[in-house]
Design a protein around this ligand. Structure first.
Ligand code: PMP
Length: 444
């Protein structure tokens, strides 16, 4: 890139855009800008290549600038830019729903489209409550989430979510919500490779909540099979199966929030397959279009869908949906993305790379200030010892150094999270961890 183009890429007015999840004051003193993206790399405004260690925000699973997706989007915009999904259909939405349903175990055969992960979460929570009502269980309105859970930023999502910072500024949350403990247990499980052996008993927390409120008041439990945004928490062996058993015994729906685990992150289409536990509803987004166009989806079991289709007359229409539900351009992007995943075997690629990746993540365990290392599929986390009185500072300084050194990582608290595009090569895995080792060995 020429010097002129590089300079032109930093806009004069940095104040008009109020940036999300960003300390605006700090950022605007020293802005970092991406101006291009191709395959595994971003290009910065000053013309440097940055290796994408996080698939954007856990979404660009097929990498960047992939031709099938680009062509599908361009063609769709020219052919039909928009069509409503209320009382009208367009063929691509039905084609996409059928292809997605085929990726999931039966009975998860039905798809409700949304515009994002947060919308998917609110949709799933609403469907869960409405379903209970449709089958004559209207007293079941209570929702159960987990401490440290991340379920997007809608009021439903932050209510069932458990990240304190995401809740504390926003007043009263949704009523009738409880949280069970998270499974993170560093005293027993630090430096575990893959799923920890200890901690399935955390699922018994759900029994306590049931005893407290009575099952007849509880509609659903929502969990991330692998929690990402809260700092990569891997479920202990047996934990998710036990949650499923308890839900079955008590007529409670189980929702898996697969916004980050969907679309190949663990080496299977979805985490449901990886853990061999089938929930009643799955929320997803991100990898559905490889991040190219905003889109989300909720997968529903036939039990739920049929309850509306054959249930009481006044419930046949679900009074819920978005202007951009099943947006034609998003549907085209998703179809192009599925083609790319299928042609390149990307949905199983994480399983082929998993042991190489695991060795690479754990090779950092002896670096200074590292207090835990975790991994599953193509996900990794390196937890750093916080600086006394300045939590988050050490990991953020690692983020800044990595960026200067041509590597994009993501940090949450003092945890570095890694989730590269599924097209990453072994040589690029070596490059990623080589750069990260240098960062961790520097004075952060
Ligand atoms: N649920 C989970 C598990 C997520 O990781 C995210 C996003 N990181 C969301 C929901 C929210 O998705 P979005 O940002 O698309 O609203």
């Amino acid at each position: 890139m020429s010097d002129t183009a590089a300079t032109a890429a930093i806009p004069n007015n940095l104040e008009a855009f109020w940036m999300p999840f960003t300390a605006n004051r700090q950022f605007k003193k020293a802005p970092r800008m991406f101006v291009g993206a191709k395959d595994m790399h971003y290009t910065t405004a000053d013309g440097r290549q940055v290796l994408d260690g996080t698939a954007g925000l856990w979404c660009c699973n097929a990498g960047h600038g992939r031709p099938r997706i680009v062509e599908a989007v361009q063609k769709q915009v020219a052919e039909m830019d928009y069509a409503p999904a209320f009382q009208m259909g367009h063929p691509r939405a039905f084609e996409l729903a059928a292809r997605l349903a085929a990726l999931l175990p039966s009975p998860l055969d039905h798809v409700f489209f949304t515009g994002s992960g947060s919308e998917s979460v609110d949709t799933a929570l609403k469907i869960a409550i409405a379903y209970q009502r449709a089958i004559g269980q209207g007293s079941r309105t209570r929702l159960i989430g987990r401490e440290r859970g991340y379920h997007g930023v809608g009021f439903g999502g932050i209510s069932v979510g458990g990240i304190v910072n995401n809740r504390k500024h926003f007043g009263t949350m949704l009523g009738g919500v409880d949280h069970i403990r998270h499974t993170h247990d560093p005293a027993r499980n630090a430096f575990t490779r893959g799923q920890p052996d200890n901690g399935a008993e955390f699922a018994e927390d759900l029994i306590k909540v049931i005893q407290l409120h009575d099952a007849s008041t509880i509609a659903a439990v929502i969990v991330e099979p692998v929690a990402g945004s809260t700092g990569v928490l891997i479920p202990p062996k047996g934990y998710l199966k036990r949650l499923r058993e308890i839900c079955d015994q008590h007529g409670i729906l189980l929702i898996f929030d697969e916004v980050i685990t969907g679309f190949g992150r663990l080496g299977t289409g979805f985490a449901t397959e990886y853990f061999d536990v089938v929930p009643d509803l799955i929320t997803t987004a991100k990898g559905i279009t490889s991040g190219v166009i905003p889109m989300g989806a909720v997968f529903c079991s036939s039990k739920i869908y049929d309850a509306f289709m054959t249930g009481p007359e006044h419930m046949i229409e679900l009074f819920h949906g978005y202007t951009y539900s099943a947006h034609p351009v998003a549907c085209a992007a998703a179809l192009g993305t599925l083609d790319t995943y299928e042609e390149e075997g990307l949905l199983t690629r994480a399983s082929e790379l998993a042991s190489y990746w695991e060795d690479a993540v754990h090779s950092l365990k002896d670096c200074p200030k590292v207090i835990d290392v975790r991994n599953l599929g193509l996900i990794g986390a390196i937890e750093l010892e916080p600086i006394a009185g300045e939590p988050t500072k050490r990991a953020f300084s690692a983020f800044l150094k990595a960026y200067e050194d041509g590597l994009l990582i993501r940090t949450t608290g003092d945890i570095i999270a890694l989730s590269p595009p599924l097209i990453i090569s072994k040589a690029q895995i070596d490059e990623l961890f080589g750069k990260l080792r240098t960062v961790l060995q520097s004075n952060i």
